[in-house]
Design a protein around this ligand. Structure first.
Ligand SMILES: [Zn+2]
Length: 190
């Protein structure tokens, strides 16, 4: 059973995720399907980190979850990890990785069957994949994570210091009231 606050929390998280995804979809390369370049993709393969059109999403599903995990950008619930995967990749980086050795004069397939062949070549056989780019990307990712971790750590001491200030102020106020009150009490009793 979920409580109301848990539901509200989940809803808020969902809204945040939707905002991140919509922001990403406004980036130039994400405005087109990563595979067939159809305009306005509304689906994604979160483990590959690419935005794709509905037709390519169907083909990705047929590849199996060991290769591609498909989600609708706005109809599905996303986990923070899945959002992170999309943020780490996106269509621009994915092209550098999965289409590294694609010939410059390559004509992107358009019929359903030829698109499927292309997608299988691209992700299943990794025909155009660049291992060096993958290594660079994972290093970058590691660096970013380290930076984030450092940022979080540098933010940590702020809270206890603030709390200590509040505590000290309260003690002073309390002492002030107590001193004055006891004086008043003493005066009254005398
Ligand atoms: Zn497509």
């Amino acid at each position: 059973m979920t409580t109301r606050s848990e539901r509200e929390k989940a809803q808020k998280l969902n809204e945040q995720h939707q905002a991140i995804l919509s922001r990403m979809l406004r980036e130039e390369d994400n405005k087109y399907c990563a595979d067939c370049e159809a305009k306005g993709p509304r689906w994604a393969s979160w483990n590959l980190g690419v935005f794709i059109c509905i037709r390519c999403a169907g083909i990705h599903r047929n590849l199996g979850v060991h290769i591609s995990r498909v989600k609708s950008v706005n109809l599905d619930q996303w986990t923070p990890e899945q959002i992170q995967c999309m943020q780490d990749m996106g269509n621009t980086k994915a092209r550098l990785l999965y289409e590294a050795t694609l010939p410059e004069n390559f004509r992107r397939p358009q019929t359903d069957q030829s698109v499927e062949f292309f997608i299988r070549d691209k992700y299943e056989r990794k025909k155009y994949y660049d291992k060096n780019a993958a290594a660079t990307l994972s290093k970058e990712k590691e660096k970013k994570r380290e930076e984030k971790k450092k940022e979080r750590e540098s933010e940590k001491p702020v809270k206890p210091v603030a709390m200590e200030k509040v505590r000290k102020t309260l003690v002073i106020i309390y002492q002030y009231i107590f001193t004055n009150f006891s004086f008043f009490f003493f005066f009254f009793w005398a």
